[in-house]
Design a protein around this ligand. Structure first.
Ligand code: 26Q
Length: 811
């Protein structure tokens, strides 16, 4: 294992600083200091990185490639130090150089190449694969601009570009010699040579895919895996590209711009699919580059392509990388001369697919004519996959034309990516029990009947190294002192903490730690927005993407109701609360942006109303991102997981909160169900419609939000307050928001769940008044959070889907 002593580290650091900046430490800025440290850590990692690669080559172990449009890594310095096992030594050594490591870590820009849950999950998985010694590689896009930076100006979201590379990126290494060429457009020429059909792609536009590699350090195990992100560049002038040779300058510039557009920016929509051709280009770009490099590398190492599926597993994170399926087919057939049947067997055995959503509006489908024009050869292959698939259906479902046309991969002029992903892979999984069940019995029912054995559940997880050890050092210390350190390698050992739930001293210590974390967050809030919040109030937190189904609106309405009650009776005996929101809205999502505005309008009014004596405060924190989450989550008392039942596939912040000792108020949606199963009904606050009720309303109707509202004076009042100028002089400002609830019958049952939610909140109040009761519940939540480590999830993927890793080999 990597070790270093303090003195050597200091020497290395000072040397590095001088080399990099050409000046002495005293003359450097904090950013200089951060850069020198990052760069030194990367040097330390480099050796193990190379060794890991050599070892994988020597053992010929099965390699996993996790393909994802998004990797939301956040900051790397602190976690790399932690995983290397040298964070404490570094901290001491730097302290002696008058440098505060924690502060230095704040100078690292988040690597924000993802929208939210799906992207962060990919990042947690990389951490777990490395820590479990699984040969796992990430493959994605090196966007020049990550997820936009959010500013809240006059209560509204304003988007600014996230130019995260401005000050360089010490973690990545560009590998131009490992570039690949990706081909767009053009035509396919078919020729028969010696009785075999040959395909040649001509007149295409070539794009150079250049890889940048980032080391992923495993936890104290000398493993360093690789994340490879591809950047699009024009191919050099030497390439036979006729417009260049004619000296057509403008064409050349146009070409350059269109190429660079491919890896220019991350699309900021997470649940709304938009059929933008550039997005399809992005997908094929990184998928083709990734698959080509995997196969090239495999052959270079003497691999035999006929058993590719025994040596390589390719996982696709949602349907975004589905083109991996026809791309592998293309290479195996057109370039390696394999038969369709062999290529198909190998491809489907290699690829596996995770679904992350059942929202119909998020299902990817591409207009077939655009698809064909952009990717002519790939389209031919998809057509042939579909022809054979429909043949299979015809034989099985004789005369059931509707069913067949519903299941078809190409239909109504569109290529349906989820259908392609299911047909072309050997495993389809959902991300929580309920979600997988809904896929099987509703959304993907026909496919489930056809291929029952492909479907399986893999409940999401989070890396406890970032989300507990790194972000909550005091809680980590308490755990180590009470139950020892075995939980770090075996997170389910956290269960041993159960017996301390009744220990008064431990409960008080838990309360003290929470209070400390809250003080730190209070300072961040004060510094950022000048609002003073009381660390002794309950921190009631909802942080996630803003979406109607996640129901920030429900949270907001009950705050409005509570505010009304306090105005009416300033002496009302309630637990003082600080309501914290954070999250970004997709730039084109009007209702979500209005929700942000409404919350801010409510915050403005509530925070400035002297009558209510600071009993409640509302804070909207700007620019939610991984590093901010690391400050918010350990400081949370109450975790809001209040989506409309059936809509949230899993959720992952719910797991992060419980691991940090927050109690959860939740609907039985997504992984909240598993959390409830783990901690028991007594240690979570559940409310709202059940799955069955929601599905019934959707199928049979029978819900009138208008009636629900009229029958509840509290609701009548708060909904009127949205449009009567109470929160904004402009009565039109929140009209759409109001209409969504009342004119369009409240698609997400906000008003329907209001009463039950308020009762649940009253229960939370009651529990919070008894600090021992509350901390006992917090302790039980922590004790049962181990199963939500992504180490468990990754072990399940490795043994159940990929057939890789140590555990698999020792089965
Ligand atoms: C698709 C096509 C065009 C443009 C954008 C997209 C797109 C991009 C991102 C569609 C979806 C996403 C992201 C989805 C996502 O984050 N889903 C979340 O995944 C988490 C991890 O499994 C779950 O915990 C959440 O419940 C789920 O909402």
């Amino acid at each position: 294992m990597f070790t270093i002593d303090k003195e050597t580290f200091k020497r290395d650091y000072l040397k590095k600083f001088l080399e990099l900046h050409g000046r002495e430490l005293e003359e450097g800025t904090d950013h200089h200091k951060y850069e020198a440290l990052g760069s030194l850590v990367r040097d330390y990692v480099a050796k193990a990185w190379i060794e890991t690669n050599k070892r994988y080559k020597a053992t010929g172990e099965k390699q996993v490639y996790y393909f994802s449009m998004e990797f939301l890594l956040g900051r790397l310095l602190g976690n790399s130090l932690l995983n290397l096992g040298i964070r404490d030594i570094c901290k001491e050594a730097l302290f002696e150089l008058d440098i505060d490591l924690d502060q230095l870590e704040n100078f690292e820009q988040d690597q924000g190449l993802g929208n939210g849950g799906l992207g962060r999950l990919a990042a947690c998985f990389l951490d777990s694969m490395a820590s479990l010694n699984i040969p796992g590689n990430g493959c994605g896009i090196r966007y020049k601009y990550g997820f936009f930076e959010q500013k809240i100006i006059n209560g509204s979201q304003i988007e600014a570009p996230d130019y995260w590379l401005r000050e360089g990126n010490v973690w990545e290494i560009k590998k131009p010699d490992k570039s690949e060429i990706v081909k767009f457009g053009g035509e396919v020429r078919m020729e028969e040579v010696n009785g075999k059909l040959n395909c040649t792609h001509i007149n295409y536009e070539p794009v150079l895919a250049v890889p940048y590699d980032t080391p992923i350090v495993g936890y104290e195990n000398d493993v360093v895996n690789n994340l490879r992100l591809w950047s699009a560049e024009p191919v050099s002038n030497e390439f036979d590209f006729s417009s260049f040779s004619r000296g057509d300058f403008l064409k050349a510039i146009e070409y350059k711009n269109s190429v660079e557009a491919i890896s220019h920016v991350l699309y900021p929509d997470d649940t709304f699919y938009e059929g933008k051709i550039l997005r399809l280009k992005q997908q094929y770009f990184f998928v083709s580059a990734g698959i080509q490099s995997i196969i090239r590398n495999f052959k270079d190492n003497g691999g035999d392509l006929s058993n590719l599926d025994e040596k390589i597993a390719i996982h696709i994170n949602d349907t975004h990388p589905t083109l991996a399926i026809p791309e592998i087919m293309r290479i195996l057939m057109d370039e390696e001369g394999m038969s369709w049947e062999d290529a198909w067997r190998i491809t489907t055995n290699t690829v596996s697919y995770t679904n992350h959503t059942i929202l119909a509006e998020a299902l990817e489908k591409w207009q077939a004519d655009l698809f064909k024009k952009l990717l002519p050869r790939i389209y031919m292959i998809v057509e042939e996959i579909n022809r054979r698939f429909c043949q299979e259906l015809w034989n099985k479902y004789i005369g059931q034309w509707d069913k067949i046309s519903n299941m078809s991969i190409i239909g109504d002029g569109f290529v349906r990516m989820a259908h392609l992903a299911i047909v072309g892979s050997h495993s389809v999984n959902g991300v929580a029990k309920l979600h997988t069940e809904i896929l099987k019995k509703q959304e993907m029912k026909d496919f489930y009947y056809l291929y029952p054995r492909k479907f399986n559940n893999k409940t999401n997880g989070i890396t406890h190294r970032r989300w507990l050890i790194k972000s909550n050092p005091e809680l980590t210390k308490l755990l180590n002192e009470t139950i020892g350190t075995s939980w770090i390698k075996h997170p389910t050992d956290l269960e041993n903490f159960t017996k301390f739930a009744d220990n008064t001293e431990v409960r008080e210590e838990l309360a003290r730690i929470k209070n400390n974390n809250k003080k730190k967050l209070a300072k961040i809030i004060k510094d950022a927005q000048g609002i003073a919040v009381d660390p002794n109030s309950m921190f009631d937190v909802q942080v996630k993407r803003i979406h109607a189904y996640k129901r920030q609106s429900l949270n907001c309405l009950r705050i409005m109701d509570l505010y009304n009650k306090l105005v009416e009776n300033p002496n009302l005996d309630i637990v003082p609360r600080t309501f914290i929101f954070a999250g970004k809205a997709a730039p084109g999502y009007y209702l979500a942006k209005k929700t942000i505005e409404l919350i801010n309008a409510v915050a403005d009014k509530v925070n400035n109303d002297k009558r209510i004596k600071d009993k409640i405060k509302v804070v909207y924190m700007e620019n939610y991102r991984v590093s901010l989450a690391e400050s918010i989550i350990p400081a949370t008392d109450l975790s809001e997981q209040i989506s409309t039942t059936t809509k949230e596939a899993s959720g992952t912040s719910n797991m992060k909160f419980m691991m940090n000792g927050a109690l959860t108020i939740a609907t039985l949606d997504g992984a909240n169900v598993e959390i409830r199963d783990e901690v028991g009904d007594d240690n979570i606050i559940i409310f709202g419609l059940t799955e069955r009720e929601v599905l019934e309303y959707y199928q049979r109707g029978g819900y009138s939000s208008w009636d629900t509202c009229n029958n509840d004076p509290r609701l009548r009042r708060v909904t009127q307050d949205i449009i009567n100028g109470y929160y904004s002089p402009d009565k039109e400002r929140f009209k759409t928001f109001y209409e969504h609830l009342l004119t369009y019958n409240d698609e997400f049952f906000v008003l329907k769940d209001f009463d039950s939610y308020l009762n649940a909140q009253a229960k939370a109040d009651e529990l919070y008044r008894d600090i021992h009761k509350w901390q006992r519940m917090a302790a039980i939540n922590i004790a049962h959070s181990g199963i939500f480590s992504s180490d468990r999830t990754i072990q399940e993927y490795a043994t159940g889907i990929w057939g890789s890793g140590y555990l698999y080999k020792n089965l």
